[in-house]
Design a protein around this ligand. Structure first.
Ligand code: SAT
Ligand code: MN
Length: 586
């Protein structure tokens, strides 16, 4: 196989001249080639091959200790004008960024191999899909991209001689934290990432392309790229309704996407199907509904807390052909472990840093942001529509985050416009998925704060604009699985039980379920939520549904302050929404 596309060739020559690799290897997507790379990575210690009987085809990788999460403070949107990046993104001018990173890339692949990965986000050839080429000096990146995206010869063939592809350049360089940069050039369809080897910083198809670059493209072309899972709920008659849900990283998107219905629904014949766990591309279909595809081909999920109860589907998905990053290595049987997998931590083990680890020490063995990379087709509840190039029609959009007090279990917005307001005021306690402090409440509109590739004010305007164009728009909801009592205990059981809130949501979409009017939106009455077998008392449910006006008044003040950052980029509809909200609160 060789590259014939003239634009790819010209760009590749330039990047070779810049980074000066010893050799260049084109990734054709064949198992033979990938196997060779796996063997090489094992020989150099970059990856550890795990127990062939218990975890066939699985590997363990450890990233550098200073390189374990996305680095938001080092992530830049390099649009020509600073205003186009907006107040919530770091910005560097394209000239400055190319010059600065150019120096870091200069000769960075000397003594190394450059891998050329042609990949498709979405099914190859689908009108929904987009193509990228990533150049990287990391075998770990190649093997992850081979799971997370569709790669190889078929993609180059699809691209033909078109110049329409996202140019991604990644070099590990020295993994120097001080010179780590993830830069996006939306006007050039280009991504440059240097000095990292961790997940979202380096698998350029994921957050960098499928969210930051794609959100920019979506605005231009009239569609959405969102940080959303996609799931289908099949009723006993066999009809499936689809829901998209946006939560910040490490707030349970993978768990919700793969949930197992509680007994009360299972015995009636309900099933849940996973279409995606992280990213949705949404377009208006010929029937006037919003249709979603998952542009990815695998799951890059948080390992800690994944177990036979919280997410048996995910656990089954990582039992073969998976890559584990920064988890515990059990030396007795050459398997892996993480906090929350079970109550039997291995006694003879290495922690995520590769150091001898004593589970009794009280120190965590796996990094809190340790991950698994698993092929989508491993998932037992993968939707039969996963490969449908048209995607699935969306009945409801859900926003949500981790909130100790403010947000109730579930509520429905009054309208599309109000729903956009609800998404825009999302806030969540920070998690280990990004470097920085954990547990601090921050505004994270539509869970896109770290992923919106342009001015968030324009992004909201795009949402409002799209609302006018979708003849049958999905209804918009908000959920909070993380409500706490006064002692700080989370009072909702979460995981599979979350289906109870989803069923109310679908009931509302079909105008079957009841609701009460509150200043924040429509909420279920306690009797509207099925509690049978949940272990949740009616009192707890009432507590989960209470709306504390004082808390919301201070929320409203915080929202105003946040909105102020956007100046005249704040859509007038949202200014009117906050005004009306304050009136409703009194
Ligand atoms: O590291 S990733 O960005 O891929 C995962 C996440 O933070 O959601
Ligand atoms: Mn994510």
């Amino acid at each position: 196989m060789e590259i014939l596309n003239t634009s790819v060739l010209a760009w590749l020559e330039k990047m070779k001249a810049l980074t000066q690799p010893d050799s260049v290897v084109l990734i054709d997507g064949s198992e033979v080639q990938l196997d060779e790379l796996r063997a090489q990575a094992v020989a150099t210690g970059e990856m550890i091959r795990l127990n062939e009987e218990k975890l066939p085809g699985c590997y363990l990788h450890r990233t550098a200790v200073n390189d374990v999460a996305r680095v938001e403070h080092r992530t830049f949107i390099c649009s020509r004008s600073k205003e186009d990046a907006g107040p919530t993104n770091n910005w560097m001018s394209p000239e400055d960024a190319y010059a600065k990173l150019g120096k870091l890339f200069d000769g960075s692949m000397r003594g190394r191999v450059m891998y050329v990965i042609p990949y498709s986000m979405g099914i190859v050839g689908s009108p929904f899909s987009k193509i990228g080429v990533e150049l990287t000096d990391s075998i770990y990146v190649v093997l992850n991209m081979a799971i997370m995206t569709r790669i190889g010869a078929q993609v180059l063939e699809q691209l033909g001689d078109e110049p329409d592809f996202v140019k991604g350049l990644h070099a590990k360089a020295q993994l120097d934290e001080e010179n780590r940069y993830i830069c996006h050039f939306p006007e050039d369809n280009t991504i440059w990432s240097v000095n990292s080897g961790y997940g979202g910083n380096v698998m350029l198809g994921k957050k960098c392309f499928a969210l930051r670059i794609a959100s920019h493209l979506g605005r231009k072309e009239g569609w959405f790229a969102e940080h959303m899972l996609i799931l289908g709920i099949e009723d006993p008659k066999g009809d499936v309704r689809y829901i998209c849900a946006a939560f910040p990283s490490a707030c349970g998107k993978t768990n919700l996407a793969m949930l197992i219905p509680p007994e009360v629904y299972r015995k009636k014949g309900y099933r849940v199907w996973c279409v995606g766990d992280d990213i949705a591309w949404l377009r208006i279909g010929p029937d006037g509904r919003l249709w979603a595809v998952n542009p990815e081909n695998g799951f890059f999920g948080v390992a800690p807390g994944t177990n036979a109860k919280s997410n048996p589907n995910a656990l089954a998905s990582v039992s073969r052909n998976a890559i584990f990053t920064n988890v515990v290595h059990n030396l007795d049987d050459n398997t892996v472990w993480w906090e929350g997998l079970d109550k039997n931590p291995p006694q003879n083990a290495l922690n995520w840093k590769g150091e001898k680890w004593d589970p009794a020490s009280g120190e965590k063995g796996a990094h809190p942001n340790s991950r698994f990379t698993a092929p989508a087709k491993n998932c037992q509840c993968l939707s039969p529509e996963f490969e449908n190039p048209q995607g699935v029609p969306i009945s409801a959009i859900i926003f949500g985050g981790r909130r100790a007090k403010a947000a109730p279990l579930v509520y429905q917005s009054f309208s599309w416009e109000h729903g956009v307001f609800v998404g825009s005021i999302m806030a969540s306690e920070t998690t280990a998925a990004a470097s920085g402090k954990v547990g601090v409440v921050r505004r994270d509109p539509m869970a896109m704060l770290p992923f919106c590739g342009y001015n968030m004010g324009d992004y909201w305007a795009h949402w409002l604009e799209m609302g006018k164009k979708i003849p049958s728009p999905p209804k918009i909801f908000n959920v909070n699985w993380f409500r706490q009592d006064d002692d700080g205990n989370i009072i909702w059981p979460g995981y599979g039980e979350n289906m109870r809130a989803l069923m109310w949501i679908l009931g509302r979409c079909e105008e079957k379920a009841g609701a009460q009017l509150t200043p924040i939106g429509f909420e279920p009455l306690p009797e509207d939520i099925e509690l049978e077998g949940s272990g949740v008392s009616r009192e707890t449910l009432e507590a989960l549904l209470t709306v504390d006006f004082d808390v919301w008044r201070s929320e409203a003040a915080g929202i105003r302050e946040f909105y102020q950052k956007f100046g005249d980029k704040l859509p007038k509809e949202l200014a009117a929404q906050i005004e009306a909200f304050e009136k409703r609160l009194g």
